[in-house]
Design a protein around this ligand. Sequence first.
Ligand SMILES: [Zn+2]
Length: 269
Amino acid sequence: MAPYHCFPGKDPRIVYEELLDATMIVDCHTHLGEDKDGMHQAIPELVRVMNKHKVDRAVAFPFNMPGPGRGFHKANGIIAKAYESHKDRLIPFMRLDPHSPACMKEMQERLDQGFRGIKLHPRAQSFSIDEEIAFNIYDAAQDNDIPIIIHTGLMRRMKIGDALTNIIKEFPKLKIILAHGAYVDIVRVVYSLKGAHNILFDTSVAPIYDIYELIYTVGPDRVVYGSDTPYGHMASALEAVVDIALSLHLPKEKIDMILGQNILEWVGP
Ligand SMILES: [Zn+2]
């Protein structure tokens, strides 16, 4: 096998291990707590899997919890508690329900506790991303300069390119992370958001050819590694991204961007 261009003369397997050791790795998409679908993950399990796969830090947010409390208060409380004991490993994001009257109060309370971003799931919380009901959240996120990670893929309206264009027009400084790399509508999203620099694409559970396309077409400065653990497997998610980056002959500093630096630039050190 020919050695990779970015580490001339080295065995690729050694390159892979050395690369992971030498890189600050941040998983931008992990869940804590429990979900209506029966999935669950507690902080010791998450930290164990992070340690095993050399992941330094993780963005963590609630599942779609059964009985999540008013405005997801109970679910966000699980993240707050985990963060309290793992400040060096977790980057806390809150989950919000735009339909809840307690939504904005919950947001402020979590911001005061040091939460660094918001997770929105249009399908689970039954709204479309360009529905006005979500605009208060976008407005406050833009004002506070915190990112929103939005689920993409299977949902009420899967074609999201046009809706995203409208949101960006209305909130030009809003930082958006498209979970799962905007799969299903990736071509339209990439085309319509070509010039938008406030969009990051998360690689979690996205098909490998979409991850390749994102890194190749949109560029390593706009792609962020994520696993969606426990739904996605942290190691294979990491391996897919690193393998694609190496096969594209990306230099180390560009790989660093995808694996951690891009997201850290948005959420702080
Ligand atoms: Zn997820």
